[in-house]
Design a protein around this ligand. Structure first.
Ligand code: COA
Length: 372
């Protein structure tokens, strides 16, 4: 059981995409200003800031982002930067919740940001690859690591090309309604099947893109009536390198994180109506919906191809378009997922929602459960 109310008081998400006219600081401040405007919280009520960012030091030559975030405020609240590859956002939200539960803070701001497109794609790929175990996996891009997971999964369960493609097609269709999405463009199974091979069997349209963007939420221990609340969270870790994993057809860190979050919330996978899951590659969504307990192992691809993960199905997965179509500014993603689910629960579109954020090829996973 979570010991205090953790209310979400507001959210903001910037446009995701290639944002040539915005700097890292522009995106950071846009999200901070946006979330304050979208809540009734005054700037001087912010007790602390948790900044999620993977690699501004490498992408933007900026390694002191917590200080820049604090500088937005006249009272310079204490600020922290959380870094856990693509799970930085989930870690920042989790750390903010721990700060609230400790009694140290009453109201905190979480902001995630990444500005990736100022670098050449080859440089971005190299920077992202530092989230793998560089001593043991040097030279492997993230697409290559997820391609290995895809091959292991296909060998065991026979998941076909169409089932992988169905994930990308569904998420692009969901993103049509999301004006912040990087791609508001429908794609077909044939287009995914015939897109350029990036790392076999993964193709261009199996991949999340390289993106700029930011997102923020404000959390409080105040029990604000009718405001969505975080009622459970979990954090799992597993071997950073694939060679030391016991099973390549699941992400153990996800299973651990989900089990902890469900236990804390007193719920099971069956209670979740909507989820934003970490679909950095199409195989990642298939693994996620199985490891989170929504579908049996080996059936995630079939369920997706049978429209069980879209509106009117068993559970709605990635209504925002997910990382695939909404975009993946790595440090912002985990915070954006919380913002997405908060907004859907606040509007009473669903009763209970879940977020699932993964770092690297599955070494870190963070799950949050939100309801009113
Ligand atoms: N999905 C859909 N379309 C994409 C895309 C993607 N992932 N990536 C690029 N595109 C589109 C571009 O918009 C562009 O379209 P246009 O010609 O209509 O303008 C076209 O494809 C070519 O884009 P380009 O910038 O040349 O692509 P690229 O080859 O430089 O990059 C990838 C493609 C797949 C290599 C890159 O998106 C990538 O590395 N993705 C993975 C990122 C990653 O690993 N994240 C961490 C996950 S753990």
């Amino acid at each position: 059981m979570i010991t205090k109310n953790i209310s979400i008081l507001g959210s903001y998400t910037s446009k995701f995409g290639e944002l040539w006219d915005k700097s890292l600081a522009d995106l950071l401040f846009e999200a901070i200003g946006g979330v304050l405007k979208n809540s009734t919280v005054e700037p001087d009520q912010i007790d602390a800031i948790f900044v999620a960012n993977m690699a501004a030091g490498s992408f933007n030559d900026q390694r002191h982002l917590n200080a820049i975030a604090s500088q937005y405020f006249v009272h310079f609240p204490p600020a922290y930067r959380l870094e856990g590859a693509c799970a930085s956002g989930g870690l920042a939200v989790e750390s903010a919740v721990l700060g609230l539960l400790s009694g140290m803070y009453k109201t905190v701001l979480v902001v995630g940001v990444e500005k990736m497109t100022d670098s050449e794609v080859s440089k971005v790929t190299e920077i992202l690859a530092t989230a793998a175990n560089t001593n043991l996996e040097y030279g492997a891009t993230f697409a290559a690591l997820y391609a290995l997971l895809t091959q292991a999964y296909q060998n065991k369960f026979g998941t076909n090309r169409e089932q992988l493609s169905a994930v990308a097609v569904k998420n692009h269709r969901h993103a049509l309604k999301n004006t912040n999405a990087q791609f508001q463009k429908e794609i077909t199974i044939d287009q995914v099947n015939n897109s350029t091979v990036v790392s076999s069997p993964l193709r261009l349209l199996d991949c999340s893109p390289i993106s700029d963007g930011s997102a923020a939420v404000i959390l409080s221990v105040e029990n604000v009536k009718n405001k969505p609340k975080i009622i459970g969270f979990g954090h799992g870790q597993d071997s950073i390198d694939l060679a030391r994993r016991t099973n390549l057809t699941e992400l153990k860190a996800t299973k651990i994180a989900a089990e902890k979050a469900y236990r804390m919330a007193g719920l099971t996978a069956k209670d979740i109506a909507v989820a934003e899951v970490h679909d950095c590659f199409t195989i990642a969504e298939i693994l996620a919906i199985e490891d989170l307990g929504f579908f049996a192992k080996g059936t995630g691809g079939i369920a997706t191809a049978e429209d069980k993960t879209t509106f009117g199905g068993t559970i709605v997965i990635n209504p925002s378009g997910g990382l695939k179509a909404c975009g993946h500014p790595v440090g912002a993603t985990g915070v954006k997922q919380i913002a997405n689910i908060y907004e859907l629960i606040a509007e009473d579109q669903y009763a209970v929602g879940l977020t699932h954020n993964v770092g690297g090829s599955g070494a870190t996973a963070v799950v949050h459960i939100i309801t009113k």
